[in-house]
Design a protein around this ligand. Sequence first.
Ligand SMILES: [Zn+2]
Length: 625
Amino acid sequence: MTRTVVLESSLTPGARLLPVALDAVRLRGGFWEARLDLVRQVTLRQQHDQLEATGRIANFHRASGAIGGDFNGRYYNDSDVYKWVEAVSFSLATHPDAELEHRLESVVSAIASAQQADGYLNTYFMFDLASDRWADLTNKHEMYCAGHLIQAAIAHHRASGRRTLLNVAIRLADHICTMFSPTARRGTDGHQEIELAMVELFRETRDRRYLDEAVFLLEMRGQQPPVVGGSPYHQDHLPVREQAEAVGHAVRLTYLACALADVSMETGDKGFGGAAHALWQSAFERKAYVTGGLGARWQGEAFGEDYELPNDTAYAETCAAIGGFMWSWRLLIGTGEARFAEAMETALYNGILAGLSLDGETYFYQNPLSDRGRHRRQPWFGTACCPPNIARLLMSLPGYLVSVADRAVYLHTYASALIDVLVPGAGRFQCAVETAYPWDGTVTIDVLDAPDVPATLHLRIPSWAEGASVAIGPQVSEDVPVGAYWPLTRRFASGDRIVLDLPMSTRLIEAHPRVASNAGRVALMRGPVVHCVEATDHPGTELAALAIDPRAGWEVKSLEGLPGCPHALGGVGSMRGDAGPTAPVHRTRAPKDWRAVMLTAVPYFAWANRDPGAMAVWLPVMQPD
Ligand SMILES: [Zn+2]
C-alpha cells in the first residue's frame, strides 16, 4: 500500500507555498518517468550491492555484535547507507516493489540493532574507539551521519508507516540534545546536515526540542572560542547571521543554508532568513556554473572568489548541485519567487543529472565543464556521498515539480504527469500534463477536476522563454512576462485545456567578463539544457581548435548511441588549421586558416557515456581576421 509522503511538511506562516505529497504527481511517459524508472530498476539495486560489497552494511552488523572483524572504510560511511534508505523509502511510497522492500527492511533492522543503549549510533566509534565519541566534532562527522539517519527515518516512516527507524532516530536525536545544548556542552558538527534534519524531526514529531536544538547548533558557528575550527572551510569564521558570502566547502555551505531557511520559516527568524538569501545571491549570482554546479575549487572542495569559474578544473561536486537544489527549493517555498525554481531546474537538468550515467550504474563526483577525456564516471567511490544523494533526490523529484498555496496551484517544472492535489481554501484540483519537455516547449494541461470556486494556476515562465504564450480556450496571452509565474485565475472546470508554449530556440550564452576562463567563449543552451561538444562526435578533429560561428543557426537532430537521450544540436562551426601537435605553443598573431566543420552538441548531462574523449561546454567564438 502506498502512503502520502510530503517532502518538507512546513505548516508555518513562513512558507508561501506548501509542498504536495509525492503521489500527488504521477509521472506518465516523458523524460522523467523513464529516468526515474531506470533509477528504481537499476540504480537503487546497484547501490545496495555496493553498500554490501564495500562493507558499509556489514559495519552495522559488526556494531551490533552479529559479526566480528574490523570496521570497513571511512568514519562517515554510515551516511551512505542512510541516504540509500531515504531514496528507497521515497521510491516505495509510490512504486511498491517487494524485492526492494525486502532489501530495505533488512538494512533498517541492521541499523536498529546497532544502536547503543544510550541512543548513540555510529558504527565507526565502537569497541576500542568508543572512548573517542564526540571527541573531534570538527572532523569526524558524527552529527552529520546522525542527520542523514534522521532524514532517512522520516522518509521511511512517511512511506511505510512503520516507526522502526523513526524510533531509532528519535533516540539518537535525544542523545544529541542531551549532550549538546545551552546548558550542557557547546558544540556543533564540522559538516552541516544535523541542523536541517533536526528541523524536519520537529516537523515530524512536533516536539519543539528538536527545533530549538537546530537553532542552537546553528548559533554555535562563528563563536569564540570556535567549536569547529573557526575556519571559512567549515563556515565557522562568522556567526551564521553575519555570513553573506558563500565560502568554504560547498556542500557544507548548501546544507547550512538549507537549515537557515528551514529555521527561519519555522520561527520567523529574520537573521537566519536574511543569511540564507544573502548567501544564495553570493553563490548563485557570482559563483555558480552555467550548469548550476557549485564549488569551483578542488582545494577544500570549496567556493572560489566571485567569478572564479574554471572549466577543466571545476570541482562542482554532484552533492553541491543537489545541496543548491534543496536550498533553492526552500527559498522557493518561502517566497514563491520564480528565480529559485529556475535555479532548481538549471541544476537538475545539468549539474545534477550529469552525476548519473545514462545506464544508471556509474557516477560523477566532480563535474568539470571541459575535459581531455580522462574524467569518467565510476561505479562507486571510497567517499560515496554523491551516488545515494542523487538517488534520493531523483526518487523524491515529483514532490518538487508542483506546490499549492491558498486557492492556488504552482507548476514549477513541466513533466508529463497526472497531478492530483488538494488546494487550500478551494478543494481538489486534478489535471493531466502532456509535454515533451525539455526537448519541446509545448505543454498541454487538461483539467480533469476542479474546485467550484475560483482558483489560480501559476505557470512558471522561464527567463529564457521570450515570446511565450498561454492559451485557455479561445483566450490567448502572447508574450507573457518571463522569469515569473503567469497566473491564470478562474473557476476551472473539467474539460478546460491550457496550452503553454515556451519557445525553444538554441541560445548562445556568454559569461560575465570577469570569468576569465570564458573570455571570448560561448555555451549552447536550448530550454533549460546546457549542451557540450564531445570528441567522439568529431573524429579526426582537435576539440580545442573548434569554434562557434555566432551567425550560424542550430538544428535539432536525433542521435544514436545515447540511451534515453535522442536529442542533439547540429550546426556549422569552424576549426583552426594550426592546432596540430607540431604547432608552436605561442606565436605572433596571424590570420587563421579557418575551415568550416559540422558541429554536434549533446546535452551536458549525457556526456562521457560513449567512447572516452575530450569535452567542452564553452567554445571560442570564431574571430575572422
Ligand atoms: Zn558528494
